[in-house]
Design a protein around this ligand. Structure first.
Ligand code: ATR
Length: 270
């Protein structure tokens, strides 16, 4: 029997998730059908409830519904609870389970290129994208995780929220000059507006890895700013890894992400 899955968002037509999951299914021999499902902005719950009632096995959830999915789930995994958002849903005997694979996806992608334990990490942004990855980043045991955000109160609130689980603190953008980090991650939406971030150039020294959770056909404004960093990565790898983690949660099989990422990269730049 073919199990049905979908990615729910608004807009969602251009999502790469169906192509990624189709590639995983071909590779692993799992029988799944995965489509896009656009929900009206005020109709997330109805759309997903209908999909599940009609036999859907599970969904991924993307912008702007990850918080709505968190509210909708009857049970949450620990990482979804920490993230305050859900990007992966499925049905079990007790109802709808909500998980969040974004942070695991980021960490898996980063770990292909570096070690996180013992490192100083700077996370730019304090919105949903930042909150979603803090728990998994702290679980890697960095020496420090510093959050910088334009609105300082949001950075302070996030640091306070996660203070019990690791060495997290908040800093002002203008206090970053002269500070040294091993890894700098952009979790803001500044790239969407094509805007540079108010970070000092002193961040980009020998050995630093710059990671933008965004990606695009062109190099993102953040990665342009970070031209002097030793390694620069965009969020395409995270996209594939968070999908692989969802596939694993649903199917119990872990796909090989490298060929799928290579294919997406080729398509993006082709
Ligand atoms: P998301 O869920 O994608 O994180 P969000 O909750 O709207 O989206 O948060 C957007 C993040 O990008 C915030 O951290 C925001 O900073 P503020 O909280 O100070 O607004 C950040 N952001 C957006 N545009 C930015 C810009 N031009 N420069 C710096 N930060 C920006």
């Amino acid at each position: 029997m073919t199990d049905r899955y979908a990615v729910v968002g608004h807009p969602v037509a251009h999502s790469k998730s169906p192509a990624i999951h189709a590639a995983f299914a071909r590779q692993t021999g799992e029988k799944i059908d995965y489509t896009t499902l656009e929900a009206p902005l005020d109709g997330f719950v109805d759309t997903v409830a209908m999909f599940l009632a009609m036999g859907g096995a599970g969904c991924n959830v993307t912008v702007p519904f990850k918080e709505a999915a968190y509210e909708f789930a009857n049970q949450l995994t620990e990482r979804a609870e920490q993230a305050g958002a859900v990007n992966t849903l499925w049905l079990d005997d007790d109802g709808v389970v909500g998980d969040n694979t974004d942070g695991a996806g980021l960490v898996r992608d980063l770990r292909r290129h570096t070690v996180l334990a013992g490192k100083r990490i700077l996370l730019l942004g304090a919105g949903g994208a930042a909150r979603g990855v803090i728990g998994p980043l702290l679980a890697e045991r960095p020496t420090a995780l510093v959050i910088a955000n334009r609105s300082q109160d949001k950075a302070d609130a996030l640091a306070a929220h996660f203070a019990d689980i690791g060495p997290i603190s908040a800093a002002r953008y203008d206090a970053l000059a002269g500070q040294v980090f091993d890894i700098v991650i952009n979790a803001t939406s500044a790239s969407l507006a094509g805007e540079p971030l108010p970070v000092p150039d002193t961040l980009w020294h020998e050995g630093v890895l710059a990671y933008d959770m965004m990606y695009g056909k062109e190099e993102t404004p953040f990665l342009k700013q970070a031209a002097a960093a030793s390694q620069r990565l965009d969020g395409l790898g995270m996209l594939v890894e968070q999908a692989a983690e969802a596939f694993f949660v649903w199917r119990g099989v872990r796909p090989d992400t490298a060929p799928v990422l290579a294919l997406l990269r080729e398509q993006l730049q082709g």
